[in-house]
Structure formats: C-alpha cells, structure tokens
Write a protein that binds this ligand. Structure first.
Ligand code: ZN
Ligand code: ZN
Length: 280
C-alpha cells in the first residue's frame, strides 16, 4: 500500500492512500490527490481543511465525478455554507457530497471496505478514522467440506461463515493521547498514521496547549500497538527530521523503532542533499 502526502504542523496536512481511494484531510488540495474519491476530514483547522472547495471544484473542472467528503457532523452544514459562498463568488457552486460522520459510525466506501470513525482529543468533535476490510470467512470446522456439502448445510440454516475485520489504515489526525488509544482497530491496524508535532523537551507546554502529541507521550502509546508500520506526520518546522529519527531510535526499543517512519522523510532528505550545492 502506498501512502503519499505532505504534512507540516500549522502549514498543510494531506495524506492519501490511493489504493483504498481515501485521502485523510485535504491540506491545500494538491494535484496528486484529486483523483481520490473520498476525503476524510479529521477537523476544521485551516492546515487540514483549506483545500476542500478547491478539491470539489477541480474535479468538476477536470470532468471527474463529484468527490465525497466525510466530515465531523458539526462541520457538515458549515462546509455546505462555504460551498454556497464559493458558488456566489465563482458563479458555480463546487459540486460535491458532504457526509456528516461521528464517533462509532461506519460508512461503506466500496464492497468489503469501510471507514470507522472515533473521537480524538484535539478540538471540538475532532475525528480519527480506521479503514477496515471486512470479509466473510468459512468457519474452521467447515473448511474441509466440499462446495455442495457447504451449500447443503447453508440450506438447512447453518451459519457456516464468520465476519473477519481487518483494520488496514488508521489516521489519528491532530490529537494528544486519549481513549482512542484503547481501540482494537487502532492498535491492530496494519498502518498507523499518527501526528507528532513536538519532540523537544521544552515544548511540553505548547503540546498541551494545542492538544497535540509530544513524542514522550506518543512513545508510550507506540509501545503498545501491534501495527506493522507507524507513520509520523505533522512535525513542527522547528524539528529537523534527522534529529527526530535519532530521538525515536533512542527512546524506543529497536523492535518498535524499526516500524516507525516519517511521511516527509524522503523528500526532505533529497532536499537536504541538494543544500550544499544550492549554497555555493
Ligand atoms: Zn494541524
Ligand atoms: Zn489542528
């Protein structure tokens, strides 16, 4: 699964998983995410939500089907109003579907693929999302049977299947620690996308005030999850990614730290490699 995006605290956050047809937050609606059909909006802060009208409008301009945004319920009428205003400014109201969503709710994105919402701990009604693949599986006791035998059992009313939920990707949006840390679907998600805005010891107060994770708090949580990959986003500009990497490797057992990645790692490294040349 490919995860693409851009994320710097306060500036812009947009994280897409094209294979699953979802984009977590929309940032300033970069070109690369326009073909994704679902935007899952975690909260209304400008760095996460600014591009929503542009996303809808660009899809229309490029003759794509209207996009869908799944958003915290309280924001749905506000966003509809925003699109109305754009209609007045632009002459055309950006066509798009806005679906009000909340903690504990589920929405079917496509066959066997669902998004589940849960409350995070950042601002009023902020949401996190888990993308869940759901399949009906044959119960172990029937796996040896032939097709016709299973069909016969079914006809007699025996329930031969069970539901298997596979949490694929979880996105926490902006948040500090909270009750969502206990959710099975979060802990067992194959990929966990978590924000970590602050790393430096003198930033604890700022983390608390903005209700963001400080790495010291996140580190405790990361040691409890089973996720194959943990992707950190939303670093503040003041944290150099190489320093953050070093702090992660120092603070976490190797078994955990090797599963931790940074969303912006590669492009930043490339950019930094170019620096000496640019300075000449
Ligand atoms: Zn943010
Ligand atoms: Zn925020």
């Amino acid at each position: 699964m490919e995860v693409i995006g851009y994320s710097v605290a306060g500036e812009e956050t947009v994280v897409a998983v094209p294979e699953l047809d979802v984009c977590f937050d929309v940032g300033k609606a970069p070109d690369q995410i326009l073909s994704v059909n679902y935007v899952l909006l975690s909260h209304g802060h400008m760095d996460h939500a600014a591009g929503i009208a542009y996303y809808f409008s660009q899809r229309d301009f490029r003759e794509m089907a209207p996009g869908t945004a799944i958003v915290p319920a309280r924001l749905a009428p506000i966003l509809e109003g925003l699109l109305d205003h754009w209609g007045r400014l632009d002459g055309t109201r950006p066509p798009g579907k806005i679906i009000p969503f909340g903690p504990g709710q589920e929405y079917e994105l496509r066959r066997n693929l669902f998004v589940y919402g849960f409350a995070t701990n950042h601002c009023q009604d902020s949401l996190g999302f888990t993308i869940i693949e759901r399949r009906l599986k044959l119960k172990a006791e029937y796996t040896e049977l032939s097709g016709p035998e299973i069909a016969r059992l079914r006809k007699t009313g025996v329930d031969v299947t069970y539901v298997l939920n596979m949490p694929l990707v979880t996105y926490l949006g902006d948040t500090m620690g909270g009750d969502f840390e206990k959710l099975e679907c979060v802990r067992r998600s194959r990929i966990l996308i978590a924000e970590c805005t602050f790393f430096e010891p003198d930033c604890w107060d700022r983390a608390r005030a903005g209700r963001h994770y400080h790495f010291d708090e996140l580190a405790k949580f990361l040691q409890q999850v089973e996720c194959e990959h943990i992707l950190l986003t939303h670093l503040s500009r003041r944290t150099d990614i190489r320093r953050a990497r070093k702090l992660v490797d120092q603070a976490l057992p190797e078994e955990v730290s090797r599963r931790v990645h940074f969303l912006m790692q590669r492009p930043r490294q490339k950019w930094e490699e170019k620096l000496p040349e640019n300075e000449e």
